[in-house]
Design a protein around this ligand. Structure first.
Ligand SMILES: [Zn+2]
Length: 238
């Protein structure tokens, strides 16, 4: 029976109304999702300046939500892609692969700064997830060295404390354009059919999933399927 890990990505001040709606969708199903927090969304939304957002995250952590650092600013400003990076990121992100090109030192610097900012607000992350799951192995080493328990990309969870590397598919949606929205619906359906054999299945919700009625409906349907069949679990269980 697989463990089902549900997370809400992109918890940041400008996205809060949709983040809260996603939380409510989970809460109606008795799911306590993990929250992926961005301390300085696009370099323009320092989380410290939005007391309401910070209070909300703190309250959800008190409700049992596991917190993750999710980049520092969630964009690629200031870094430049090589041809290999461009290939890896193809179709996967709208220039938000903040860790795609970073060396160990650059990744570690951003992780350390992000952790310090969250901890200064009383928020204690258990792990790190790079934006769009795009990062080099250096980033995962930096996460481990920073003392966090978990890092992940879109195929694997690195559970450092447990000393395990776990192959785990991610059910996720894209609402950037109708074509992508419908393609991601099909993908969500296929994952249900094909991937029940995995021991850990992740369901990653993004604020933008609510922008298209078809993806919004698919999110609810998919949660009902997986959670109804297996019940939710948390990263601590790994
Ligand atoms: Zn993200």
């Amino acid at each position: 029976m697989p463990s089902i890990l549900v997370t809400i990505h992109d918890v940041a001040p400008p996205l809060m109304p949709r983040v809260e709606r996603l939380w409510d969708i989970c809460a109606r199903r008795s799911v306590v999702p993990g929250l992926l927090v961005v301390p300085d969304w696009h370099g323009a939304w320092p989380i410290e300046r939005d007391a309401r957002c910070v209070d909300w995250v703190r309250a959800r952590a008190a409700d049992g939500a596991e917190l993750f650092l999710h980049g520092e600013r969630h964009d690629e400003v200031g870094s430049s892609r090589g041809p290999k990076d461009t290939l890896r990121a193809l179709g996967r992100t709208n220039r938000e692969g903040e860790f795609l090109t970073l060396t160990y030192d650059a990744a570690r610097g951003r992780i350390d700064r992000g952790l310090a900012r969250m901890r200064a607000l009383g928020l204690e992350p258990v792990g790190f997830v790079p934006p769009a799951w795009l990062a080099r192995p250096d980033t995962h080493r930096a996460v481990r060295d920073a003392g966090l328990s978990v890092s992940e990309d879109d195929g694997t969870i690195y559970a450092f404390r447990a000393g395990r590397t776990i192959a785990s598919p991610v059910v996720r949606w894209s609402s950037r354009g109708a074509l992508r929205a419908y393609a991601s619906l099909l993908q969500a359906k296929l994952r249900w059919v094909l991937q029940q054999g995995h021991s850990v299945v992740r369901i990653a919700l993004h604020p933008a999933d609510l922008d298209h009625p078809a993806t919004a409906a698919s999110v609810e349907r998919t949660l009902d399927l997986w959670i109804g069949a297996y019940g939710p679990s948390g990263y601590a269980g790994l």
